[in-house]
Design a protein around this ligand. Structure first.
Ligand SMILES: Nc1nc2c(c(=O)[nH]1)N[C@H]1C(S)=C(S)[C@@H](COP(=O)(O)O)O[C@H]1N2
Ligand SMILES: [Mo]
Length: 323
């Protein structure tokens, strides 16, 4: 595999510092606005949902290999119909409460089966590889889907930089816990922190994206700012938000949903219309924002439509047993 060192990367591919300084300024402006609202007597509860439209732009080259004929889901739906249980279990809770998430400064610790544990600041991660815009489907195990223009680069770039040892067979992801900022973690819906994992070849697959933005802007907090994973051929819960730790392991790591209900959420969790969730079918899906009550559901595609690219990863595996 071609490894690009920072010196190989054209400066035009690197997001200008100023974009991130801008973002900081916006964050500070947001804090100031929050104080103003508090002074006006709305303290404790945001007067309105977070405003992702105020987010800083994130420059990216559109990758033509990942454009899609499907109509994009609207920015409004992508940012107001979310799963981020740390902020509550209603689809509207993340947009309402995620504003409290503190994301500056941010770093991601890399540890476990690596030559040398180290952490990467967000600024270092942003410069590690050129940013691409890729349109991917996101398919939730709850049988709805969206089409999202993500911005990021293959996680493989970070794995290369992390220099895992020959013992590394899996990659475990851990996401942030900020109890005082996250109303959902006070409830025991899941064992916090939210953890997820991939087999090494899945993590290195070029479709697996380390994601920093969507729709031309940095990630809104409800979508997992400042950095998350996106694995488009698996159910949405594999795509861990607001990453703080990556651990390379020799054995399969536990996952938050697998711990809470192992018979419902397997480690692989590949989108598979032929394997039902124990409580509902996975054969069809509802595209968010599409039509009304009588709009026909879509047929779910094997591997969420990415079979040509990823089926070979699972050759010889029984996908009913390894759900
Ligand atoms: N930390 C964390 N990551 C998470 C979740 C969560 O509750 N907490 N929910 C997952 C689920 S179930 C889905 S479907 C996707 C939703 O991503 P989106 O809100 O950006 O569409 O995030 C995933 N990542
Ligand atoms: Mo999901």
């Amino acid at each position: 595999m071609l490894i690009r060192r920072p010196t190989d990367i054209l400066s035009s591919e690197i997001t200008p510092e100023s974009v991130y300084r801008d973002r900081r300024r916006l964050v500070q402006a947001g804090v100031a606005a929050g104080l103003l609202v508090a002074a006006q007597g709305y303290a404790g509860r945001p007067a309105r949902a977070a405003e992702p439209s105020g987010l800083a732009p994130l420059a990216a080259e559109r990758n033509p290999d990942f454009v899609m004929l499907d109509k994009l889901t609207s920015y409004e739906d992508i940012t107001h119909y979310n799963n981020y249980y740390e902020f509550g279990t209603d689809k509207g809770d993340p947009a309402m409460y995620a504003d409290a998430l503190e994301i500056d400064p941010w770093s991601v610790m890399i540890e476990g089966e690596v030559e040398q544990p180290r952490s990467f600041t967000l600024e270092e991660l942003l410069k590690l590889a050129p940013m691409e815009e890729r349109v991917y489907r996101l398919r939730c195990v709850e049988a709805w889907s969206m089409v999202i223009p993500w911005i990021g680069y293959p996680l493989a770039r970070l794995i290369d930089a992390a220099r895992p040892t020959g013992n590394a067979k899996f990659v475990a992801f851990e996401t942030v816990v900020q109890p005082k900022n996250m109303p959902g973690v006070r409830r025991r819906v899941l064992d916090w922190p939210y953890v997820e994992g991939l087999r090494m070849d899945e993590a290195r697959h070029p479709l697996t994206l380390l994601t920093f933005g969507l729709y031309g802007k940095v990630l809104p907090k409800q979508n997992g700012a400042p950095v998350r994973i996106v694995v488009p051929w698996k159910y949405g819960f594999k795509s861990a938000k607001s990453l703080v730790r990556i651990r390379f392991t020799e054995t399969q790591p536990p996952t938050a949903w697998g711990r809470s209900a192992p018979q419902e959420y397997g480690f692989y969790s590949n989108v598979n219309p032929e394997v039902s969730h124990p409580r509902w079918s996975q054969a069809t899906e509802r595209r968010i924002g599409e039509g009304g009550f009588f709009t026909p559901r879509r047929k779910t595609l094997m591997f969420n439509g990415y079979a040509d690219q990823v089926a070979s990863l699972y050759q010889g595996m029984d996908l009913k047993a390894n759900y």
